[in-house]
Design a protein around this ligand. Structure first.
Ligand SMILES: Cc1ncc(COP(=O)(O)O)c(C=O)c1O
Length: 425
């Protein structure tokens, strides 16, 4: 059955279009933190952040259905839906985040953010880390270093991502100083090449980079160098945003910065394709004066109903508080496992975005081993992922309704899996 689907997929969607897991899962239904496959088997979803408030949350489903019965059209007519939503959304940010453009994907949001930065500064140079992903438009895909996503312009500089296991030669300076030093070198190089600097674009939780432990204020020095150049900071909240990290609504608040532009997506409408780029009135003015921009589907009444319902559920069900409590419980559980399994080198995370980095006796990244663990967990019907520069960190990022019981279930199977896989070390 799966072979037939895999073959149809290859024929209709093209070659080299990867699936998760060597034995891909054929999911047909979801509810809360659970997914069911076509044969009725139940899986614990420890991976998906898009169904933020749980798969098929009835309030979001209802909001979509009710609005779809009344009207769905684009934003060139007047409609309160988008305005009411943005009033609520922008109130969750600092006061210079006052206006927004609604789009359908994080890629589009970041694409506009780059153009906003260029319109504001008059420069093109962009600084990003060397192990990230910010999307798939032709401008934004260039920011994904080494991902085989097409040609890269000379106006981009990749700097080393923060890493709790840096090379020995650079360990004598702090993570923050090392990052700042790399930002300064990138600034100099962009100026020398004649591009100037428009923006530092980062995920403030450094999610794709493997979410290293970083102290509040980590970015301060780097950012003051960016601002001295008249350049701006873009925070990509596509992964940590909407309370996932448990301590704050946004990753940038946890690390203590106030970016000029914020992009949001994935969890924003619980699976309905909604994303957004938000900024100051001044930056929006520069952008609008330089570019005509319209997005047929972005901000339509049904999308805004889905996004509003999602925000409401986060608040009503106290899901940020839940993320903090359940996340702390999970970290404790992983720390216990670490005592049993020395290959767990570091347990880290915040709220419902956590995991464990695995390394061998000589500190070498256990890339193959971690991938094997994720595959074996899939066979035990626990879905999780792998990430980081060396892809040796387990990525656990479940819907925000994840409970302590779900953590127990996850860790029990992780312990069994690690025992079974020890011979593969
Ligand atoms: C940090 C980050 N930014 C942007 C994107 C792109 O979002 P989308 O797939 O909605 O275009 C992703 C997608 O994985 C992401 O992880």
């Amino acid at each position: 059955m799966n072979e037939e689907l895999i073959e149809r997929r290859r024929r209709l969607l093209g070659p080299n279009f990867s699936t998760f897991y060597k034995n891909p899962v054929h999911i047909v239904r979801g509810k809360g933190v659970w997914l069911w496959d076509a044969s009725g088997k139940k899986y614990l979803d420890c991976y998906n952040n898009v169904p933020h408030v749980g798969h098929c949350h009835p309030e979001v489903v209802n909001a979509i259905a009710e609005q779809a019965k009344i009207l769905n059209t684009h934003t060139r007519y007047l409609h309160e839906g988008i305005l009411d939503y943005l009033d609520r959304l922008l109130s969750k940010h600092h006061k210079t985040i006052e206006t927004a453009i609604m789009v359908c994907s994080g890629s589009e949001a970041n694409d506009i953010a780059l153009r906003m930065a260029e319109a504001k500064t008059g420069h093109r140079g962009v600084i990003v880390t060397d192990s990230t992903y910010h999307g798939n438009t032709s401008a934004v895909s260039q920011l994904g270093y080494g991902r085989n996503m097409g040609p890269v312009g000379d106006h981009i500089r990749y700097i080393k991502a923060p890493d709790n296991f840096r090379d020995n030669e650079t360990m004598d300076i702090s993570e923050a100083k090392f990052f700042k030093q790399n930002v300064v070198e990138a600034i100099d190089s962009l100026k020398e090449a004649g591009h100037g600097v428009s923006a530092l674009l980062i995920c403030p939780f450094f999610a794709n980079e493997g979410f290293p432990n970083l102290e509040h204020g980590f970015l301060d020095e780097a950012i003051s160098n960016i601002r001295n150049e008249g350049a701006i900071v873009i925070a990509d909240e596509v992964q940590p945003g909407f309370g996932r990290i448990g301590t704050n609504w946004w990753g940038y608040q946890k690390i203590g910065i106030e970016p000029e532009i914020v992009t949001m997506g994935k969890p924003m409408a619980n699976g309905h394709p909604v994303a957004c780029v938000a900024t100051s009135t001044e930056i929006m003015g520069s952008f609008r004066n330089n570019y005509g921009y319209f997005n047929t589907f972005g901000g339509n009444p049904v999308s805004c109903a889905a996004a509003s319902a999602t925000l409401e559920v986060v608040e009503n069900e106290k899901l940020i508080e839940n993320a903090l409590a359940v996340g702390q419980y999970a970290l404790k559980g992983l720390e216990e496992l670490k005592k049993e399994f020395p290959q767990i080198k570091q347990v880290r995370g915040s709220g419902l975005f956590f995991g464990a980095e695995m390394r061998g006796e000589n500190n070498e990244p256990l890339t193959q081993y971690v991938s094997q663990i994720a595959e074996k967990m899939r066979d035990k019907r626990i879905l999780l992922g792998v990430l980081g520069k060396n892809r040796n960190t387990l990525k656990i990022r479940p819907p925000m309704v994840f409970s302590k019981n779900n953590v127990d279930h996850l860790l029990e199977h992780l312990r069994d899996t690690m025992k079974e896989a020890e011979c593969g070390l």
